[in-house]
Design a binder for this molecule. Structure first.
Ligand SMILES: Nc1ncnc2c1ncn2[C@@H]1O[C@H](COP(=O)(O)OP(=O)(O)OP(=O)(O)O)[C@@H](O)[C@H]1O
Ligand SMILES: [Mg+2]
Length: 384
């Protein structure tokens, strides 16, 4: 049974993207009521008209709804008093000092991890194509190949010969390719020292290094992570290091694949890494004459999405262009945007942007800072 304490723990994964701290820590959660499957969360925002309101509310609903036995989530929003706001800014400032150096990923970057329990279902192909699609839609996008040993992103983006370099601050600079900023062990390994450095590293440690030692663009809207197959380590580390991370689960239409994916989703839940959506891949093959063959069965994606209570973003058909694009370094969404597979992936990317909109450009912190300054001035006048 889910308790109010479980809900509070889940809410610790809701990060105010500009303050860089979670809503519990910031004192924004004013009450949690739980009654017959209905969770009511009282939330105090810095200002009621905060442009980030929809994002924070949406995150709260998704994270709480993912807990067992929760049927409905209601969010009641109030605005903080000026005194509360300055207390909150104090917490945020302390937090910013503490966190400096923790990871280089900005708290305002939306993190989409692409995972599945089973190997070879198309995680990497989808990660690359989703990243390229999000970039083509005008966002700043990072792509992290978190499959440390089984890396495949460099090949899929046509960057196999390239090498990553360190910037003046000794941080690794991502490679700009296909409109995305990409990092992969595949771009490090021929360097002996580096290879030695990575060898024997636990996967979770490697991920930590990638997040800490890479000079990620602070203005990234999205960071897409291609996860290795069937690991708990990396997902757990991810939830700890990037509390804003959300999981897109890839599955095939097959029932067996769905069972494995279900297990991943379960684990994700336990580590409070919420599942945001499902994408079904390899959903049959349609000939030029329009004959459809359900080569890997049918219904796996729908069933998993329903089970998880999240949307099924797309059913991506089997398509030789996906293989060709992957092997040749020309992602299908860019090389053949009219292909049925590309259209499905582009549609998935569009829905993903609705589900997880990039942090609003116009932010509340600037206004909060202004308010805090005004408050300080007023206090100064009162004293003087
Ligand atoms: N929709 C598709 N149509 C045709 N081929 C596909 C499709 N999706 C993926 N593939 C092919 O299937 C193979 C496996 O895909 P991919 O490497 O993306 O899977 P993965 O889940 O990342 O695998 P791993 O678990 O090894 O990391 C690749 O050869 C890829 O080109
Ligand atoms: Mg892969």
């Amino acid at each position: 049974m889910t308790t109010a304490t479980d809900i509070e723990t889940a809410l610790r994964a809701v990060v105010d993207p500009e303050l860089g701290a979670d809503v519990v820590e910031l004192g924004m959660v004013r009450g949690i009521d739980l009654d017959a499957g209905v969770a009511t969360i009282r939330l105090a925002l810095t200002i009621a008209s905060c442009p980030l309101r929809a994002q924070i509310e949406g995150d709260v609903v998704r994270k709480v709804a993912a807990l067992p036995d929760i049927e409905t989530v209601e969010v009641r929003v109030t605005a903080m008093s000026p005194e509360e706001r300055s207390a909150l800014m104090g917490v945020a400032r302390r937090k910013a000092r503490e966190q400096a150096g923790d990871t280089m990923v900005s708290p305002s970057t939306r993190v989409i991890a692409v995972g599945s329990g089973k190997g070879g279902v198309g995680k990497s192909s989808l990660s690359v194509n989703l990243a390229v699609a999000l970039a083509a839609a005008g966002h700043r996008v990072g792509l992290l190949d978190a499959d440390i040993w089984g890396f495949s992103i460099p090949r899929m983006l046509g960057a196999t010969g390239a090498r990553l370099e360190a910037g003046p601050d000794r941080k690794i600079v991502p490679l700009e390719v296909g409109g995305v900023q990409m990092v992969s062990t595949g771009l490090l390994l021929d360097d002996e020292d580096r290879a030695l450095m990575w060898r024997g590293l636990m996967l979770s440690k490697a991920l930590e290094q990638f997040l800490r030692d890479v000079a990620w663009d602070p203005a990234l809207d999205y960071l897409v992570l291609d996860l290795p197959p069937g690991t708990g380590d990396v997902q757990m580390a991810l939830a700890r290091l990037l509390p804003q991370a959300e999981l897109v689960v890839v599955t095939t239409p097959q029932k067996a694949a769905q069972k494995v994916a279900m297990r991943v989703a379960d684990m994700a839940r336990r580590s409070y890494l919420p599942v945001v959506a499902v994408i079904e891949n390899m959903s049959g093959f349609t000939t030029e004459e329009g004959r459809h063959y359900a080569l890997f069965g049918e219904g796996g994606g729908r069933a998993l999405a329903d089970e998880l209570g999240v949307p099924l973003l797309a059913r991506v058909p089997l398509d030789p262009f996906v293989v060709e694009g992957g092997d040749g370094g020309h992602p299908v969404v860019a090389a053949h945007p009219e292909a049925p597979s590309a259209r499905a992936i582009l549609a998935a990317a569009a829905r993903l942007q609705e589900l997880i909109p990039p942090a609003a450009a116009e932010t509340c912190t600037a206004r909060v800072e202004l308010l805090v300054q005004q408050l300080a001035k007023r206090e100064g006048r009162a004293e003087g």
